[in-house]
Design a protein around this ligand. Sequence first.
Ligand SMILES: Nc1ncnc2c1ncn2[C@@H]1O[C@H](COP(=O)(O)OP(=O)(O)OP(=O)(O)O)[C@@H](O)[C@H]1O
Ligand SMILES: [Mg+2]
Length: 367
Amino acid sequence: MGLQCGIVGLPNVGKSTLFNAISSGKAEAANYPFCTIDPNVGVVTVPDERLDTLETLVKPQKVVPTIIEFVDIAGLVKGASQGQGLGNKFLANIREVDAIVHVIRCFEDDNIVHVEGRVNPIFDKDIIDTELQLKDLESVDKKLQRIEKAARVSGDAKAKAELEVLLRYKNALEDGKNARLVDATEEEKRAAVGDLHLLTIKPVIYVANVDEGSLPNGNKYSDQLREAVKAEGADVLVICANIESQISEMSEPEEQQMFLEEYGLTESGLSQLIKASYSLLNLITYFTAGVKEVRAWTIQRGWKAPQAAGVIHTDFERGFIRAEVIKLPDYVQYKSEAAIKDAGKMSVEGKEYVVQDGDIMHFRFNV
Ligand SMILES: Nc1ncnc2c1ncn2[C@@H]1O[C@H](COP(=O)(O)OP(=O)(O)OP(=O)(O)O)[C@@H](O)[C@H]1O
Ligand SMILES: [Mg+2]
């Protein structure tokens, strides 16, 4: 589906280092601000232990994981919403992504320039938030002017309702709040701001980029960040981008594992980040399992069986008859499709079935 997470933050906080680790080294990381000008897109496979389980059971010729994309966006500075430091271009890059990974510098290193001259995660986060909010305010204000006129001229109830919701967004943004925290129903959101593609309405994860000595639990900076975003209910991942980039260069899983253990980690920060981004995008996975291929497919949470089938092929959706569904624990217990069927553990589902994360699906269709 090509859903994208944009890596966003101040200059020189470790965005490209993280991105390189994610996409195993394409963007250039360097110790000077604005090293990144064009957004770089990296495609990563989503790690999933369930695929390994299915591989052991089915022994297929090939295994295909699902993917998501990360975009390395250039650093934003104060005044970006007014065009400072190519701000407009970079903000436009953010507008195109589906979710935001906000990287915040939580490491001290006198050799690495901090654009504001000091490490302060709260201030840093605030600089970025403010620029995005100012840009959003611009979009909301423009629409408000349009709708206000319509509401006045026609006295239209729909325009009036939209106006009320838009004002809610305006007030929040003026108060320094991100649009994602505004209290509005899905329907209100869609009608009032759905067409604006607001920057601060996109779901967000924070990455506290710490020095390697602060693994695995973080430091005072990452603690400050955690405290500051508590009310937002967003994830904060403690990651050392430098370590991640070293891990990503190792080709042997055993070597990686030993390295992780040295830093008290059970799973690489990247693997955590990719998984967290996936669920941030409200994505879930279903599987198809045959001897030719065991494969993971990405769908949006809440999709019904025909729409989910359409991800494989549009014919599957158009000609959908029914879906046979196996749950992974049953596969693990009974080991083969035939045994699962005999045990009555394969369910037959129709058009209204809402596909669940981890379902193993087999679609019957006719075109
Ligand atoms: N956790 C860390 N500990 C120590 N140094 C780090 C860490 N993460 C990144 N660095 C270093 O910080 C410098 C800047 O990193 P990087 O180029 O990734 O920043 P950036 O956010 O992409 O900057 P820009 O906005 O200019 O593109 C690099 O020298 C990198 O090695
Ligand atoms: Mg960069």
